[in-house]
Design a protein around this ligand. Structure first.
Ligand code: SF4
Length: 862
């Protein structure tokens, strides 16, 4: 007997929220949700009248009538994938019934999504404790609850595991290539709620209004593209002026116990709100948006035990500056840093976010704090009472267990923590403010006069930060003091800007001479149009940002950048001197009296509530299929991607060696940043930087070394740059191989370093060893990454040799047979080791991982 029945989607994202699937069979037995896969169904778009076929072996409705996937079959293994895709199409092609509620990606995380995450949390935590036979860290609880397959082997710092993140966030610079790739997948919408944030492309010069207008004009093409592609694929769009991605995420999307990825390294900012939030490259974001799991090494967990409470001039920024001092820029690599202890509960949510934000500077996968009243208060103040209420119900699972085991423990007594200022050139180069940094400066010839002071950014622009800074400003202006160096303020979001303007805090800062910039990254990412006479000589700047590598802020290697708290920045700006210590030094007022600055006083949350400011969010339409994505064929910044061609079924014979790298060949050597950043959305143009940083292992005909990025044209032409050679080979239809040394492809996970070789005809990369993420990226783009079974074979590859790669496709568990063919026709056999899984072999056959998705989508559509 057929019977119509309506069930709501469980654990849904915004689009599934409150929508319903109409089932026409009764085979759904009540059952508890038993798999995290059930959240996948939350991605259904406009679910009215969806027709579910023979789903009883995969789907079930629980006693509340909620729909769940109840098996543990991987998403892309056959019928489950097809079922979901079928549902997608069924839903999308069914227009909403008149008067029915239609949900889309909104300016916040819906409570249903959060409740879906919390629904499985107690059960997963209990299972985890049993499995490991010990109490759990918060990190473990969150990761266990987002595991793709709970049965996967887990070893801290050892295994790579698959996860289902709850959200994806992308900033405008990285979103371009990520979305261009997503477009080629053929999906009608992203499978995980995603947002785009326009923050990186706004250059600071004069002040907020003018700078924003100029940016909108200069970047119109990129913004139009991001806006239209967001509308088409169900992505929330935060336009220019909205604020910095991490601040907007903290205010709107982060929630305790959640997991997200973001295409920016400071995504961990959301750890302040108890979320495992990881910065990734665009390729990872594309994976997740297209329904692949997010794969990452199960992290080690570094515990930072905080006791006491901050006071005086010490602030949350000093906590992370101290942690950076202890761990150095590499000490957090492969680990999640988890803050706990009584001191953690004394720090506001936004203060915690500051600490997690800058965890990127110690190489940590991310950082996280447990749920406490500070988080609850922040959620409520930002209009998320329902999430706070839901978190209260599972609060015990949103904090580490007593006795949780950490791989390393750092203890910090907040009572004893003194203000620090770290730099220049490295965020772990810690100095106590005042005499200590002054002595360092004198010993190293760093200018003591400060040439600019900057506060704000995603790291330090909370209401609390600005009220503390303004409290110092008010003291100063009351005594007639103004800053002795330019003081620039970058509000982290439109909400912060509007609130601090309403509450008179901008006026307080302007009264001492501050200039307020646009709600954007600006000087933090080098988008700072500084007069040449300010930075064409050694000069010292102080800021409340997070990174201080040479050239980071203004493009000048002569600028010495120090990172510290906003409080210290304002005090130093008033004194004009790097070695000023506001707790003991004085500033002379215009009337000749000496001014002692009292320690800053802040308000954690605005007593009148936040002012949301201008509405800068654009939700995607329910049906984006009619939206056309605007990319001009003549654009030099954007270019639609064409799918890479599938493997032709033939072995690779006589591949010329385009490039043999000696020593380090990071993703920066393969695909440089700097001026090439503007081409991040144009594969052909950015391919003009391919291998420009690579050091040629061969010598020129006269025995001298090649310039960096230059090689021999083994097809018979003159020596040329690698990008030019690659273009020439590609246009001649000649496929090629590149040879790498050890740890090839380390550094940033940018996918351009894998896409460019593929675009220019590269088919195989053989190295002594790979950085893992880059190796995976190469496989995703359809290349064959191999390592020499005998590393000494690297030395046998000559400049004019050809390479054969035989018995393709790679067979999991078996080395690939290869040959070096010498110019005289003799051959040297060698074996190439590969790490292809059966699924990855399909990527190779199809031409790329995205082609696999595209085919499945097309097949499912019938
Ligand atoms: S403010 Fe700076 S650190 Fe933050 S997202 Fe922008 S560029 Fe990155």
């Amino acid at each position: 007997m057929h019977q119509q029945r309506r069930v709501s989607l469980a654990g849904s994202n915004e689009r599934g929220l409150d929508s319903e699937v109409q089932l026409d069979r009764t085979a759904f037995e009540p059952t508890a949700p038993s798999s995290s896969h059930h959240r996948r169904l939350g991605h259904l778009h406009e679910a009215q009248n969806a027709h579910v076929e023979l789903a009883s072996d995969h789907l079930a409705a629980d006693r509340h009538g909620e729909l769940h996937v109840v098996d543990s079959e991987p998403l892309f293994s056959g019928r489950l994938f097809e079922l979901i895709v079928h549902l997608y199409y069924a839903c999308i092609h069914s227009p909403p019934m008149q008067g029915e509620l239609v949900m889309t990606v909104t300016a916040g995380t819906p409570i249903e999504l959060v409740e879906g995450v919390y629904a499985t949390l107690p059960e997963r935590v209990a299972a985890g404790r049993e499995r490991f036979g010990r109490p759990l860290t918060l990190t473990e609880k969150i990761l266990l609850n987002h595991l793709y397959d709970p049965a996967q082997a887990i070893e801290r710092g050892g295994t790579y595991n698959d996860f289902h993140p709850d959200r994806v966030a992308m900033q405008d610079a990285t979103a371009q290539m990520a979305l261009l790739q997503f477009m080629t997948a053929g999906l009608p919408t992203t499978l995980v709620p995603s947002t785009v944030h326009c923050d990186h492309l706004i250059s600071a010069k004069v002040g907020a209004k003018i700078d924003l207008g100029v940016a909108i004009d200069t970047n119109r093409e990129v913004y139009d593209f991001l806006r239209s592609v967001s509308a088409k694929y169900g992505i929330g769009f935060w336009g220019p002026g909205s604020g910095i991605i991490h601040q907007v995420v903290l205010e709107h999307y982060a929630f305790p116990g959640g997991m997200m990825i973001g295409t920016d390294s400071h995504t961990p900012n959301a750890g302040g709100l108890g979320m495992v939030a990881i910065g990734v490259g665009g390729a990872d974001a594309v994976d997740v948006m297209t329904g692949f799991p997010f794969n990452v090494r199960w992290p080690k967990v570094i515990g930072v035990k905080l006791t006491g409470a901050l006071s005086g001039w010490s602030s949350p920024k000093d906590v992370i500056l101290e942690v950076a001092r202890v761990l150095t820029v590499e000490g957090g690599t492969g680990a999640i840093v988890e803050y706990y202890g009584s001191g953690a509960d004394t720090i506001s949510a936004t203060g915690k976010a500051t600490i997690c934000n800058m965890g990127a500077e110690i190489g940590a996968t991310c950082s996280v704090f447990g749920y406490d009243d500070n988080l609850a208060q922040y959620l409520k103040a930002t209009g998320r009472e329902a999430i706070a209420d839901a978190a209260d119900k599972v609060a015990e699972h949103l904090r580490p267990d007593d006795g949780a085991v950490y791989d390393q423990i750092i203890e910090i007594d907040l009572d004893a923590l003194k203000p620090l200022i770290n730099g220049p050139h490295s965020p772990d180069r810690a100095n106590r403010i005042g005499a200590a940094v002054g002595a360092e400066a004198r010993a190293n010839d760093w200018p003591l006069d400060i040439s600019a002071a900057l506060i704000g950014s995603c790291t330090n622009s909370s209401y609390e930060d600005i009220t503390r800074a303004a409290s110092i400003a008010r003291q100063a202006s009351a005594r007639g003091l103004t800053v002795k160096t330019p003081l620039l303020v970058s509000p982290g979001s439109e909400q912060i800007r509007a609130t601090i303007e309403r509450d008179g805090l901008i006026a307080d800062l302007e009264a001492i001479g501050a200039t307020v910039l646009a709600n954007a990254c600006g000087p933090c990412i080098g988008q700072w149009d500084r007069p040449a006479d300010a930075n064409n000589k050694p000069n010292t700047i102080v800021n409340s940002f997070n990174r201080n590598f040479p050239k980071r802020n203004d493009g000048s290697a002569l600028t010495l950048s120090f990172v510290t708290s906003p409080d210290t920045v304002v005090a130093l700006a008033l004194s004009g001197q790097l070695d000023f210590d506001p707790s003991i030094d004085t500033i002379t007022a215009p009337d000749g009296t000496e001014v002692v600055l009292n320690a800053p006083m802040g308000e954690v949350l605005p007593s009148q509530g936040y002012d949301p400011g201008k509405d800068t969010f654009t939700a995607p339409p329910v049906d984006g299929s009619g939206v056309s994505v605007e990319v001009s064929p003549t654009s030099d910044r954007l270019q639609l991607l064409e799918a890479f061609t599938p493997w032709d079924g033939q072995d690779y014979h006589a591949l010329p060696v385009l490039m043999k790298a000696q020593g380090k060949c990071t993703t920066d050597h393969i695909s440089a940043a700097g001026k090439w950043l503007k081409y991040r959305g144009h594969l052909e143009n950015i391919s003009g930087n391919l291998f420009l940083g690579a050091v040629n292992a061969y010598n020129q005909a006269d025995g001298s070394e090649y310039p960096v990025g230059v090689g021999k044209d083994t097809l018979g032409g003159a020596d040329d740059t690698y990008p030019n050679l690659a273009k020439k080979y590609s246009e001649a239809g000649v496929r090629w191989v590149a040879i790498g040394d050890r740890n090839y492809g380390e550094g940033s996970s940018r996918e351009h370093a894998a896409m460019e070789p593929r675009f220019r005809g590269g088919v195989v990369i053989i190295t002594r060893s790979f950085a893992r993420i880059h190796e995976t990226n190469l496989k995703k783009q359809g290349l064959v990454p191999l390592t020499f079974a005998d590393p000494a074979t690297y030395d046998l590859v000559g400049q004019d040799d050809r390479i054969n790669v035989l018995d393709l496709p790679p067979v999991p568990g078996r080395n690939v047979r290869c040959q070096i063919v010498k110019p005289d026709g003799s051959t040297v056999d060698f074996e190439g080791v590969h790490t292809f899984s059966p699924e990855q072999v399909e990527w190779f056959r199809a031409g790329s991982a995205l082609n696999v998705v595209r085919k499945k989508v097309a097949d499912a559509a019938g």
